[in-house]
Design a protein around this ligand. Structure first.
Ligand SMILES: NC(=O)c1ccc[n+]([C@@H]2O[C@H](COP(=O)([O-])OP(=O)(O)OC[C@H]3O[C@@H](n4cnc5c(N)ncnc54)[C@H](O)[C@@H]3O)[C@@H](O)[C@H]2O)c1
Length: 352
């Protein structure tokens, strides 16, 4: 059954959700809510069903995608859930853990599905990586490197140089959700921050260590000042504004071998007996997958779940909170100078 759905907020990511809603066979766009009159009129001229407020959304609507500024997610989310609409809210779920938890509780109480827009999970190679990881034995650790040099004019807007706008809160949160998706729960983070390159008050580079509940450890270098071919976006070509490189940027090591991501190149047993350092490992190429639009895959999955399908890929509201919590733990650790456990992040902490 085609899902009648509205998109709330027609800014940069909202327009991508509108685009994929138009491409999907599984949803029907009933309305786009946009309070900015100029933008609303401009988009209405392209034939989109623009409205100024939530109250103007047609009554047959059953679901919403919220793509408003983060500070509004709690308000718009509560209004959608109160209407009984299945809701997919952009990441982060809300501005604080307290607000995100209130939203998830409201959805659970009302029996309304709530998801967070960590769309990287929806790539076929992300889904296949879970099976590939099972083939490298007990997971020992993961090493990640995300470094893209953002253009200088990116920082012309004042808010992009203000506390909270650095790569930790802007970019690392997707990495944390993906690592949780692939490896499992994360317990604590320890971070070092540097602003030596751009010399803003916000970090341009961070080095973070993570502990996972299964005993594995992780380390991650993230920078928006270092030019490199290593990032999810460059590896996946998912963002037309970011040049592709086809290079792996995550490496998993296990007791029986290793896996590079996203190529899923695997290093494993070359012969019988104990796997140990005197024996070479055999390199096995990963399966190749067609490039997809992950936002289209996400909206299709969302529609299927609302219509009753089971799904273990989409980021639930609870998953979204966990990703927020570890991102904030990393930020708090960087600012305080000591490791921070997930449960020790204050509910009202905004990461600055
Ligand atoms: N998943 C991703 O990769 C990804 C990428 C970019 C942004 N985001 C997230 O998406 C959200 C939006 O980011 P953006 O860059 O598109 O912002 P944006 O500023 O480009 O767009 C936000 C839009 O929402 C509108 N708006 C504001 N209040 C509203 C309300 N109450 N009801 C309806 N519309 C309202 C604004 O007028 C604006 O058009 C943020 O939370 C951001 O973190 C996620």
């Amino acid at each position: 059954m085609t899902l009648p759905l509205c998109v709330i907020g027609a800014g940069s990511i909202g327009q991508r959700h509108i685009e994929v809603a138009g491409l999907s066979d599984h949803v029907r766009l009933t309305a786009v809510v946009e309070p900015n009159a100029g933008l609303r009129d401009q988009l209405a001229q392209t034939g989109l069903p623009m409205v100024a407020a939530l109250d103007d959304v047609p009554a047959d609507t059953r679901a919403a995608i919220i793509a408003t500024p983060t500070q509004d997610h709690a308000l718009s989310g509560a209004a959608c859930i109160a209407r009984g609409w299945a809701t997919l809210v952009e990441k982060p779920t809300a501005g604080t853990l307290d607000a995100a938890r209130a939203l998830v509780t409201q959805a659970d109480t009302a029996g309304v599905p709530l998801f967070t827009g960590h769309h990287r999970r929806c790539h076929p190679f992300s889904i296949a990586a879970r099976e590939a990881l099972a083939q490298i034995g007990d997971l020992v650790g993961v090493q990640g490197l995300w470094s893209l040099r953002k253009h200088t004019t990116y920082y012309d807007a004042d808010w992009r140089r203000a506390p909270g706008a650095g790569p930790l809160l802007t970019n690392l949160t997707h990495e944390i959700d993906l690592m949780r998706f692939l490896v499992g729960e994360m317990l604590e983070a320890s971070a070092l921050l540097s602003s030596a390159q751009r010399r803003f008050v916000i970090e341009d580079t961070a080095s973070i260590a993570f502990r996972f509940a299964n005993g594995a450890l992780g380390s991650f270098l993230i920078s928006d000042a270092g030019a490199s071919p290593w990032s999810f976006e460059a590896a996946s070509h998912e963002n037309p504004a970011i040049a592709g490189s086809d290079q792996d940027y995550l490496r998993f090591v296990g007791s029986d071998g290793a896996l590079a991501f996203p190529s899923l190149t695997r290093w494993g047993r070359s012969g019988p007996g104990e796997i140990e350092w005197s024996k070479p490992l055999t390199k096995l190429p990963g399966q190749s997958f067609p490039r997809i639009d992950p936002l289209l895959a996400q909206i299709d999955r969302f529609a299927a779940v609302v219509n009753g399908a089971a799904d273990d890929v989409l980021c639930t509201g609870a998953d979204g909170i966990k990703a927020m919590e570890m991102t904030l733990a990393a930020a708090l650790s960087g600012h305080r100078g000591h490791p921070v456990k997930a449960g020790d992040v204050p509910g009202n902490y905004t990461g600055v």
